[in-house]
Design a protein around this ligand. Structure first.
Ligand SMILES: [Zn+2]
Length: 625
């Protein structure tokens, strides 16, 4: 697959939470509250409204159509009346503006003279007000990747949205503690042409953000959105790529998917399938034909008072099954789920199957008037939902004849993506009149410029020089975002290379083995090494102890050491065992037996007593006679 031939274009939007004391528009803190307070609950409904120009945004209409009850749960320690949209927002957080301006100056972007907050309509419930506040901080600038400048389009500051807890057909639950945390967004134009290049650019932007030391870290603090298109396709905005490694995989998948859909437009044209013919297809009630269905799912839906509806897709036979993980059938199913809230669809390219027999397929074809060259789609469920679902299927199938529509999609952990909603149009922004503009004075800029943090290249050089780490280890350490912890632990007198390799390779190994390393806090690691430096346990126990903490983060490092039986025995006990070992060897043979004796010692004390210490004690004993 040649990306150049396909005309792949990728733009990045890197979002990262800022580590400020307060939220962007109120005085609530930005860290999760220490103790679990009683949780309060409010319920809202959000509706579409017209913009100032009288337009209704199609993404807003999509959410409005679903009309779900939105339940907000919150801890009063992490959300106030501002998050509830009961009190006007406070002026913008100057600390957050400062960090964003620092990023702007680091990439030589042009800061705006005055920051104006805008409202962006979002009515999926992730904002209690029905909009998200956002403001442009700077324009232009560039990051350098492999010696090549990648232009930056904008740097914006926005409020993070509420975190979705769970979504049901009629209700969706959000937690408010994340709402309002400052989020910086750095976006490139559609100037990246291969998956590898996009990944490198994301890495470079991430490093600049981290160099400010003003961003939060850890799971959930970074979200990368990808704007992807190929020649002739619509624009796909893929949201929520959390891990850097996923970026190239998502782009590869999307390219394959878009190419398949583009080829389908060709094939439907060759078959002379007209979109109008698809749109004109009626949605037919087939419930009676499925009362005795071989499909248990369908029988259950009918017995719950549901219906079976079907629609013919003229000329689509064989085109729904696709190739591997990209198929039109999956696209149609995603539209049905998103628009109708149904569990899924059945389509003729996969039937007979799922309990639906030959005779049912034949009867469906007869009732829909579908010939051999036609396909059909069935949905079982409550009538209103099933109808919405099939209308969406019919709309998407009609589009398939002429183009690939713009979409907002979500990235999945396996590197594929799923349809979320149509892409919002330009009618969704309007000024936030509750917040005064923030003037960016030349004095403020000059002051930030004087105090710019060193770029990470400098930090790496420093690590190599001060701690004699290899260049590679230094960068790996920087990428773990634990340089400060590293320096703290080394201050205890633990060898820098031991700490650095635990923080990099060690934690990676634990993650590969399936341990929840996000449960291991910097304090756990510090306390563990403090125990090592005091001789309470040996550094060889590190992976075992941290794995135990990952399983049960309520443990202190010392409790984990004890639970695993890795506490060092009293030195007298070690010495007396050495004595026993040494005396069992005739004096003349002791020198040549050193290796074997050391082996025995390690077998007995590995992970409890430091190997170097054991060696020293043994040597002392051997020299003593
Ligand atoms: Zn608040």
């Amino acid at each position: 697959m040649s990306y150049e031939e396909l005309g792949l274009k990728v733009g990045l939007e890197i979002h990262r939470q800022l580590d400020t004391r307060h939220k962007l528009f109120c005085k609530c803190g930005t860290s999760p509250p220490a103790q679990e307070n009683p949780r309060l609950k409010i319920v809202r409904y959000l509706r579409e409204t017209q913009s100032e120009l009288g337009e209704v945004d199609q993404a807003a209409r999509f959410e409005s159509k679903r009309m779900r009850r939105i339940v907000y749960e919150y801890d009063p320690a992490s959300a106030c009346l501002v998050e509830l949209d009961e009190e006007p927002p406070h002026p913008i957080n100057a600390e957050a503006v400062r960090i964003a301006l620092t990023v702007a100056l680091m990439i030589r972007a042009r800061p705006v003279d005055e920051i104006h907050v805008m409202r962006k309509i979002v009515i999926d419930g992730s904002n209690t007000s029905g909009f998200q506040r956002t403001c442009t901080i700077a324009l232009g600038g560039e990051v350098v990747v492999d010696g090549q400048p990648i232009p930056i389009q904008t740097i914006t500051l926005e409020e993070d949205a509420a975190r979705i807890v769970r979504a049901e057909a009629e209700e969706v639950f959000y937690d408010l503690s994340r709402l309002g945390i400052p989020l910086i967004e750095v976006s490139t134009g559609p100037v990246l042409y291969t998956p590898a290049m996009a990944a490198r650019a994301a890495e470079a932007i991430g490093r600049i953000l981290r160099a400010t030391r003003g961003v939060k870290r850890g799971l959930g603090t970074v979200r990368q959105d990808l704007n992807i298109s190929i020649r002739g396709s619509g624009l796909m905005e893929v949201k929520g790529v959390q891990e850097l490694e996923l970026i190239p995989r998502v782009i590869e998948y999307e390219t394959r998917r878009l190419k398949h859909l583009r080829d389908l437009v060709e094939r439907l044209r060759e078959r002379c399938v007209r979109p109008e013919a698809v749109e004109a297809q009626p949605i037919v009630d087939l419930t009676d034909a499925f009362r005795e269905s071989g499909s248990r799912v369908i029988r259950r839906k009918i017995s719950e008072g549901g219906v079976v509806l079907g629609v013919r897709l003229p000329g689509f036979a064989g085109l729904l099954r696709g190739e591997g993980d990209v198929r039109l059938g999956r696209e149609l199913s995603e539209y049905a789920k998103a628009w109708g809230g149904v569990e899924g669809i059945f389509h003729s390219d996969e039937l007979p199957g799922y309990g639906i027999g030959e005779d049912e397929v034949g009867e469906t074809r007869r009732l829909l008037g579908a010939g051999d060259s036609d396909a059909f789609v069935l949905v079982a469920g409550r009538e209103a939902r099933a109808r919405e679902a099939l209308e969406a299927v019919r709309m998407r199938a009609a589009q398939a004849c002429t183009h690939i529509p713009d979409e907002t999609r979500a990235a999945l952990p396996d590197g594929t993506t799923v349809y979320m909603r149509p892409r919002p149009g330009s009618a969704r922004m309007y000024p936030e009149t509750d917040i005064p503009p923030f003037r960016v004075s030349p004095e403020l800029l000059a002051e930030i410029e004087r105090n710019l943090p060193p770029p990470l290249e400098k930090v790496a050089e420093e690590l190599v020089k001060r701690f004699r780490l290899s260049n590679q280890l230094a960068w790996e350490l920087i990428d773990t975002e634990m340089v400060e912890e590293f320096e703290r632990v080394v201050g205890l007198g633990v060898a820098p290379s031991v700490v650095a390799s635990l923080l990099t390779e060690g934690l990676k190994q634990l993650k590969r083995e399936g341990h929840k390393i996000e449960n291991i806090s910097p304090n756990h690691i510090y306390d563990y090494f403090r125990l090592v430096s005091l001789g309470v346990t040996a550094k060889e126990s590190a992976l075992q102890v941290l794995a135990e903490i990952a399983r049960d983060p309520s443990l202190t490092a010392e409790q984990a050491v004890d639970r695993l039986g890795l506490r060092a025995p009293p030195i007298e006990e070690v010495n007396s065992f050495i004595e026993e070992l040494v005396s069992s060897v005739p004096p003349g043979e002791r020198k040549s037996a050193t290796g074997r004796l050391m082996g025995e010692l390690m077998r007995r004390y590995r992970g409890r007593v430091d190997g170097g210490l054991l060696n020293k004690l043994l040597m002392e004993r051997l020299r003593a006679q």
